[in-house]
Ligand binder design. Sequence first.
Ligand code: TYC
Length: 167
Amino acid sequence: MARVTIFTRLWRYLTAPFLRRRRHASPAGLMPRDGTLSTDPTRPHIMTDIEQNFRRTKSMSDDDKRGDDDHATGIVVKTKPKTKKPSLYKVLMLNDDYTPMEFVVHVLEQFFSKNRDEAHRIMMHVHRRGVGICGVYTYEVAESKVTQVMDFARQHQHPLQCTLEKE
Ligand code: TYC
């Protein structure tokens, strides 16, 4: 029994380098050599980028693989540009019983670049409905508008309130 164990260990020791080389014959050892899906049990249906590139280049002709130069490795590295649109925020104005209508119109012209008609329309909407949209901006701009309007109203001792809300 002990002799069998020693021989088995010796056999494994001698054949280990050969077995390891075979297993890593596919790219980074991530997929079986026959091009089937990864055998990783934690993600049986998912192929990594490396696996997908390996499959793609496996099905390409030698001419395709060579491309523009003569040093093609058969691995195509595809980079996806990752751009994300910034979140937008509405600046909302709230009604109150004390701020003069003309002051609100002025605020809308001054801080939100509305013309007189549009500013008057928004002010009346807030006056009637209680809340209205002054504009839509990225977070930093929206936050800055709210601060500027609140400071301006406070300087003139009006209780006008402004806030921001994610779109
Ligand atoms: N309700 C105010 C008034 O009657 C006018 C007003 C409009 C105030 C809009 C605030 O956001 C506001 N004087």
